[in-house]
Design a protein around this ligand. Structure first.
Ligand code: ASP
Ligand code: MG
Length: 277
């Protein structure tokens, strides 16, 4: 929604994190002990990110503040960092136990793979939320598995709109005072409450689903290009960013291979006529 009103931010995992988590599952279940070292590296990367995010926040937020405020701000940023680190470390302990189980059974079940591969979003959503809190914004994070119910398929999922909407409304009633919600992309639950995912690159789809569930005025997708281009810029260097297009034009482009917006991503927006930026 417009600045000043409520804003929901749907986040993906940090770069390459989902790949790394899936690799851990493969390594452990095929008894390649290098998984332990890679797990440690991934943990360290997340802990370092917490340090960088939350030490920078306290200084930049208090540049023009008096000494008192500076002290307060940095304490709270430090507290946020400390809490977040212990949560992340606990998650890594859980993952280590799951991976040890996969190592023992020498196979990776679907639910175990889905659970492990979704941790990246659990971390990034909490990181961004803590950062917003450190800047003094009223914000919380939502683990999408609490709200979003889907029927998993092999390569895609079907959203259970009725129960997702019900859960979303319930959650909103308890959190209506908040200006910002940071929501995990990619992850969801089955109707039995088992963690699952929207399959690879599903975070844009999450954004559009939550755009619909929250009855948003618009959905903005932030990606590595400035918009939908008239052609693949690697093949056609003169390609330009298109000013605007209809849903059906975008669907057609996607059908012919444009990667910027996936057709299933647009469906919830089309259904409720929500513009996508
Ligand atoms: N992190 C997930 C993935 O890499 C979802 C996404 O990036 O959209 O597939
Ligand atoms: Mg990703």
């Amino acid at each position: 929604k417009e600045p000043g009103q409520h804003k929901a931010i749907v986040v993906s995992a940090m770069s390459k994190v989902t790949d790394a988590l899936i690799e851990l599952v493969h390594l452990a279940s095929s008894r390649q002990d290098s998984y332990l070292e890679k797990l440690e590296t991934l943990k360290q990367r997340h802990l370092d990110t917490i340090d960088r995010l939350l030490s920078g926040a306290s200084t930049s937020a208090s540049v023009s503040a008096n000494i008192n405020v500076v002290a307060n701000t940095s304490t709270s940023a430090l507290t946020l960092a400390k809490d977040l680190k212990s949560k992340v470390m606990a998650d890594f302990e859980d993952i280590k136990e799951i991976l040890r189980g996969l190592w023992l059974v020498q196979s990776a079940s679907m639910p175990a793979t889905e659970l492990v591969s979704g941790y990246g979003e659990i971390w990034s959503a909490q990181f961004l939320n803590a950062y917003l809190n450190s800047l003094g914004q009223s914000s919380t994070w939502l683990d999408a598995r609490q709200v979003l119910v889907v029927e998993p398929g092999e390569t895609s999922v079907v959203v259970d709109w009725e129960s997702s909407q019900k859960k979303m409304n319930q959650w909103l009633q308890e959190h209506s005072h908040l200006q910002r919600i940071v929501i995990t992309g990619f992850i969801a639950s089955t109707k039995d409450g088992i963690p699952t995912t929207l399959k690879r690159n599903g975070s844009d789809f999450s954004a559009s689903i939550f755009g619909a569930l929250l009855d948003s005025e618009h959905i903005t997708i932030w990606t590595d290009v400035d918009g939908v281009l008239s052609a693949d810029p690697r093949l056609v260097p003169e390609a330009v960013v298109l000013e605007d297009m209809s849903y059906s034009e975008a669907t057609e482009l996607a059908y012919f291979g444009a990667k910027v917006v996936h057709p299933s991503t647009m469906a919830p927006a089309i259904q409720r006529q929500i513009p996508i930026w």
